[in-house]
Design a protein around this ligand. Structure first.
Ligand code: TYM
Length: 322
């Protein structure tokens, strides 16, 4: 089984990225052939400063390795080190209906935010389809916000097979894998945690900044002594990701009992966050000192990924008559 996923280097990785994709992806590296990459081509839709892009790519590589991506088990690479994917993107573009892309929520959201769209932003899901299809991926672990893009990928692959396959499945139809309890991690304001909403908690925030952020989590104005509802509290939702079921139950009981303010619960969340990420923080500090190792991992990964991509592209070129 081939497992594949990508992550954009568009800023510091946050809890949404971790629990939505990285943690499930890291667990899956024991269950099949895992291919994970840094989607730097995709980031060009939003980052136009070359040094920022280079910095972010290195940062994401270090974060992912610190969190447990094991280069002995998973192929880890930079998307742009396999330029074949852009050729497949063009070929797939020629059979992708405009309407399919016009319906994509993430595109529509960006427009709603007032971003003036480039062709790249519009065509983004076709590049993502090429990412998935060029490595013959069976399973794609992602957060809920990417589900529609996997559906688009399946549509495109099916169209390609129908038009060129002569009864054969030239491209593998992938399945999404979405972890139910963290499909959409809420941000500080309760909307989906996302860099574009400025509501993120970065994985490796320094302690002071982390504290400030946790204290910013939106709550209602129930007085300290009154009972509180844990079911729609963003504090509890985030706590569930890092605490044990017993600890979560204790917090829920304390919410309902009343007598403690939100500040108290935020402190408990802060402690758990620090505890949960402490080993990864230590590993990160080590990797920070070892640029050569990180670069080596990415180059090795690229070599392996490229060999697979070239084979698929050869098959595709032949099928379409190039
Ligand atoms: P990106 O970089 O926006 O996010 C990376 C992964 O993190 C997940 N995620 C979340 N999950 C739960 N709750 C949240 N608040 C949250 N925020 C982010 C995303 O769902 C994603 O899985 N287009 C992709 C990158 C990509 C890709 C691919 C993914 C490019 N090619 C091929 C899979 C396969 C993206 O922008 O993810």
């Amino acid at each position: 089984m081939r497992i594949l996923s990508g992550i954009q280097p568009s800023g510091r990785l946050h809890l949404g990225n971790y629990f939505g994709m990285m943690e499930p992806a890291i667990r899956l590296q024991d269950e099949g052939e895992a291919y994970y990459f840094i989607a730097d081509y995709h980031s060009l839709t939003s980052i136009h400063d070359p040094s920022e892009l280079r910095y972010n790519v290195r940062d994401v590589a270090i974060d992912f390795l610190a969190c447990g991506l094991d280069p002995q088990k998973a192929v880890f690479f930079r998307q742009s080190d396999v330029p074949e994917v852009t050729e497949l993107t063009w070929i797939l573009s020629c059979l992708t209906p405009m309407g399919l892309l016009e319906r994509c929520h993430s595109y529509k959201d960006k427009i709603a935010q007032g971003i003036s769209p480039s062709h790249g932003l519009f065509a983004y899901p076709v590049l993502m389809a090429a990412d998935i299809l060029i490595y013959n991926s069976d399973l794609v672990p992602v957060g809920k916000d990417q589900k529609q893009h996997i559906e688009v990928t399946r549509d495109i692959a099916q169209k390609f097979n129908d038009r060129y396959g002569e009864g054969e499945a030239l491209l593998t139809i992938p399945e999404p894998r979405i972890r139910e309890d963290s499909a959409a991690v809420p941000g500080l304001d309760g909307r989906k945690m996302s860099k574009s909403y400025d509501n993120t908690i970065a994985l490796f925030e320094d302690e002071k900044a982390l504290k400030k952020k946790v204290m910013r989590i939106t709550t209602d104005s129930t007085p300290v002594e009154d009972p509180k509802n844990p079911d729609d509290s963003y504090i509890v939702m985030l706590y569930k990701l890092v605490a044990t079921p017993n600890e979560v139950e204790e917090m829920e009981i304390a919410f309902r009992r009343g007598g403690q303010g939100y500040g108290h619960f935020k402190k408990l969340l802060l402690e758990k966050l620090l505890e949960y990420f402490a080993p990864m923080r230590a590993k990160r500090a080590e990797l920070e000192q070892n640029n050569a190792y990180v670069e080596d991992v990415l180059q090795n990964g690229a070599e392996q990924a490229r060999a697979v991509a070239q084979k698929t592209l050869l098959r595709v070129r032949k099928a379409v008559g190039l």
